[in-house]
Design a protein around this ligand. Structure first.
Ligand SMILES: *[C@@H]1O[C@H](CO)[C@@H](O)[C@H](O)[C@H]1NC(C)=O
Ligand SMILES: *[C@@H]1O[C@H](CO)[C@@H](O)[C@H](O)[C@H]1NC(C)=O
Ligand SMILES: *[C@@H]1O[C@H](CO)[C@@H](O)[C@H](O)[C@H]1NC(C)=O
Ligand SMILES: *[C@@H]1O[C@H](CO)[C@@H](O)[C@H](O)[C@H]1NC(C)=O
Ligand SMILES: *[C@@H]1O[C@H](CO)[C@@H](O)[C@H](O)[C@H]1NC(C)=O
Ligand SMILES: *[C@@H]1O[C@H](CO)[C@@H](O)[C@H](O)[C@H]1NC(C)=O
Ligand SMILES: *[C@@H]1O[C@H](CO)[C@@H](O)[C@H](O)[C@H]1NC(C)=O
Length: 761
């Protein structure tokens, strides 16, 4: 465990492969979050008063205490953020009523064809879009880099006034006044105190940042317009993927919480203040495309877990991105069971770009290249052949920053292997990498084409065999259909959950590759003709897809809990691509995707309207889960706002009523229970069907569930028995409940372990 005084973590926006260049300097005095759980007083003023008292005892004076406080959290939960020395932080940790003193962390951010691809469109009769009237009545809160209010996506024609239940404000600031909110953007707030206390004041003189809800980064404008943007005809990114751009819930309202800055960094103290306000404001859905990379903090120390716990307890669905650290296992973040964690998938759109070699051979890569110098041939060189003096050939082959001799690179197209950087200077770049459909890195006027290793090797052979190797590029084309999709994206973070392996994460997959949405012109390199739409990839882009869909479901089923809505989407998710074949996960060739890639599967919004049965969860269940995690009574009581005495329960974690069952250590026999609630026809009879994971037997009892007007909820038990005497790996299956009308499916994940496997070594 890290000492609370020394460690400084970072949260980041979850854009794929983003190189944020974020400064990771340590400050002498640090920001600490003093988290005091559910608030104990009805009056917010009394809450602040008690915070000042707690702090005064450490500072010795009330004035000094007041000065050090950055935020009082007093609506959704109780606590404060303050600038403290490590020693003061330690003293406060021992004060009564304090759950935890958490060093502030810096998080980072995790980018429209996609809606048609998901069949969320008005042509589908009785589809989710028409049934929800495009999400009318739902309020989506976006925690991100703010918003560019002038973007056409945020026009408010046809929108109603903000509902009276909404208590948010339009907070003014630099280049943002009340007139920038409208009937689409009904709330806007910004939070910089935690960030500035750590890194010094944000500089706004250079137009790279605005001390206001205005977005200087583009990321927040992109996610907001993906979730709830209005429809705009005839948009494109430099002519590519031209067509209609729109958000998932175009009639939903937006409440903007700017917690991240153009550096890509966000402070957890600021994030918690935003959660506190969003709960007070009364949003229905929170879309959070950010997080910090593994190792994960415990659920009582992680700002996203804490903020979302209180939001979910008040009926607000919290959707988070899974992270962009794939395809490696155990990389998924934002893994608390009350969070809806989203993996990223590809859609059926590609940007083929033809490369012609001097010998007239052509190969096809992927790029977003639009310049029209069709017939110009450029000299082609291999990065490893033009290494700078102080780097070796191997690293130069990857074209990492600083490895190439810029003089030799000038005017040439450079072939690189596995490059993630575009910093190489030349006339263009061809980079060979694992097959991946993400082309968002390769945008710009420089031809920057990605190819697979086979083509890269082919080009290398051509270079070696030719006296003056040259290439030319054709502009990229937009190709829709004709490719297998969806696939789980290469970069999408994977399970198992490193914090609580019995909780399956991610929960679901949604489009997150090459997504076109609105962008902040302030971020554009070409200020004369700025990009107002941009193609981006990341689990950051997948998250607002689910946020928009959740807003649609909330409009249709306003009384459903966050867990019920999650269950509806997870149990109806798809395991098959458009051609009826099993969904594949990028990363290993033709690997069939499994629940660690995409949770319940790929989102199928129209099916989620009527899921038949739901697996619901109450706040008290999450408390029992926290008990099972071994957190102590005092901490849990404060978090819950009630006296909790954890019973020595035997593995409640397995019995948390999730729409999945993960037995990560099956020794001989384990029985878990689940409860389903009928939300379909009143008189329904469901039969169990199981596809058993390899190496185990599965028994469901009872195997028939009969619902009527008095019986709405039924419990069943599932018993897993190991059939093998080996130390196993994970195997996967499914449990279906079927009534002839609905198919309610949850994934089963089991790993057999031997009792004494490690004992004899
Ligand atoms: C429980 O946690 C609190 C806060 O972290 C700590 O002050 C207390 O000593 C712990 N109690 C026990 C019994 O471990
Ligand atoms: C708000 O800003 C807009 C343009 O940025 C300006 O035209 C308008 O006068 C401002 N309104 C107020 C009330 O300051
Ligand atoms: C940062 O800004 C605050 C308020 O705007 C000001 O009081 C403070 O002196 C500034 N700090 C630095 C280091 O410039
Ligand atoms: C779409 O925009 C392009 C140029 O931006 C224009 O030439 C074309 O006519 C437009 N199409 C429609 C249907 O508006
Ligand atoms: C490539 O094709 C062009 C036109 O089709 C032709 O003029 C040229 O000689 C060809 N070059 C080689 C090396 O075959
Ligand atoms: C780059 O290559 C040129 C020509 O071979 C050489 O003179 C120069 O020293 C090289 N520079 C670096 C930084 O390697
Ligand atoms: C519903 O089913 C239960 C259990 O089978 C039964 O006891 C009850 O009478 C039924 N209620 C109605 C209204 O049919």
């Amino acid at each position: 465990m890290a000492s609370p005084c020394g460690v400084f973590g970072t949260l980041f926006l979850l854009l794929a492969l983003q190189n944020s260049g974020f400064p990771l300097s340590l400050a002498s005095k640090n920001v600490y979050i003093v988290y005091m759980g559910e608030r104990q007083h009805g009056e917010p003023e009394l809450v602040s008063e008690s915070h000042h008292q707690t702090l005064s005892s450490v500072f010795g004076s009330k004035e000094a205490a007041k000065e050090s406080i950055l935020y009082n959290y007093k609506h959704g939960f109780s606590g404060f953020a303050a600038v403290l020395t490590p020693c003061q932080a330690k003293l406060i940790a021992d004060s009564p009523g304090v759950v935890h003193v958490i060093p502030n962390r810096i998080l980072n951010l995790h980018t429209t064809r996609s809606w048609n691809f998901l069949e969320v469109n008005s042509h589908i009769r009785n589809g989710i879009l028409s049934k929800s009237q495009s999400g009318i009545g739902s309020i989506i809160g976006i925690m991100d880099t703010g918003i560019w209010p002038e973007s056409e996506s945020f026009r408010d024609e046809g929108m109603g006034d903000a509902p009276s239940r909404f208590r948010g404000i339009c907070q003014e600031g630099e280049k943002f006044n009340r007139s920038h909110c409208n009937r689409k953007i009904i709330g806007a707030r910004w939070y910089s105190k935690g960030y500035e206390a750590e890194f010094g004041n944000l500089s706004t003189s250079d137009e790279f940042e605005y001390l206001s809800p205005r977005d200087a980064a583009g990321h927040g404008t992109h996610t907001s317009s993906t979730a709830a943007g209005d429809s705009i005809e005839n948009v494109s990114y430099k002519g590519l993927s031209a067509g209609l751009a729109r958000g998932g819930a175009p009639s939903a309202w937006l409440a903007v919480y700017k917690v991240c800055w153009a550096t890509g960094g966000c402070s957890s103290a600021d994030l918690l203040a935003a959660f506190d306000d969003a709960i007070y404001d009364g949003v229905d859905v929170l879309s959070v495309s950010l997080g910090s990379p593994p190792p994960l903090s415990s659920y009582v120390e992680d700002a996203v877990a804490i903020g979302s716990f209180h939001a979910v307890a008040k009926g607000i669905s919290v959707i988070c991105s899974a992270g962009n650290s794939g395809p490696y296992p155990q990389t998924v973040i934002n893994s608390a069971p009350w969070i809806f964690t989203v993996a990223a998938s590809t859609i059926d759109r590609a940007f083929p770009t033809v490369i012609t070699l001097g010998n007239n051979q052509t190969v096809v890569g992927q790029a977003l290249y639009t310049r029209m110098d069709r017939n110009k041939y450029y000299p082609l060189v291999y990065g490893g052949d033009i290494a700078s003096i102080d780097s070796d050939e191997d690293t130069a082959g990857s074209c990492d920053p600083g490895t190439l001799n810029e003089t030799l690179a000038s005017g040439k197209v450079i072939l690189c292997f596995q490059s993630q950087s575009q910093s190489a200077r030349g006339a263009g770049l061809i980079f060979a990498q694992f097959p991946s459909k993400d082309v968002s890195l390769s945008s710009g006027s420089l031809p920057c084409v990605q190819v697979d290793f086979a083509i890269g090797t082919n080009l290398l052979t051509y270079i070696g065999a030719t006296r003056n190797p040259v290439v030319k590029f054709n502009p990229s084309k937009t190709l829709v259909g004709q490719q297998i999709s969806p696939e789980v994206a290469f970069f999408s973070s994977r399970g198992p959950n490193s914090l609580s392996p019995s909780i399956l994460k991610p929960d679901i997959a949604a489009p997150g590759v090459n997504i076109l949405a609105s962008w902040s012109p302030a971020r554009s390199q070409n200020q004369a003709n700025p990009d107002i739409f941009k193609i981006e990839s990341g689990t950051s882009m997948a998250c607002p897809h689910i946020s928009g869909i959740v807003a649609l479901l909330k409009s249709i089923h306003p009384t459903w809990s966050p867990a019920a809505i999650k269950s509806a989407l997870v149990t109806t998710a798809s395991l098959e691509d458009e051609y009826g074949q099993s969904i594949v996960a990028e990363g290993a060739p033709h690997k069939q995707a499994d629940p660690f890639d995409y949770g319940g599967g790929h989102v199928d919004p129209n099916k989620a309207i009527a899921p038949g049965l739901i697996y619901d969860i109450e706040s008290s269940d999450y408390i029992r889960f926290l008990c099972s995690m071994g957190y102590n009574n005092t901490a849990i009581s404060l978090m819950a706002g009630a006296k909790i005495t954890c019973r020595k329960s035997t593995n409640f974690i397995n019995n948390l009523n999730l729409p999945s069952i993960t037995i990560h250590e099956l020794k001989q026999r384990t029985t878990v229970s689940r409860t389903v609630t009928n939300v379909g026809p009143v008189n329904s009879i469901y039969n169990a069907r199981v596809i058993t994971p390899a190496g185990v037997s599965v028994r469901v009892k009872p195997s028939i569930l009969s619902f009527n007007s008095t019986v709405k909820k039924l419990e069943f038990k599932v018993t897993f028995r190991s059939l093998l005497r080996i130390q196993g790996r994970f195997s996967f299956g499914n449990l279906f409940w079927e009534d002839g009308l609905h198919v309610v499916r949850i994934p089963l994940i089991v790993r057999i372990v031997l009792d004494n496997f490690y004992a004899d070594t």
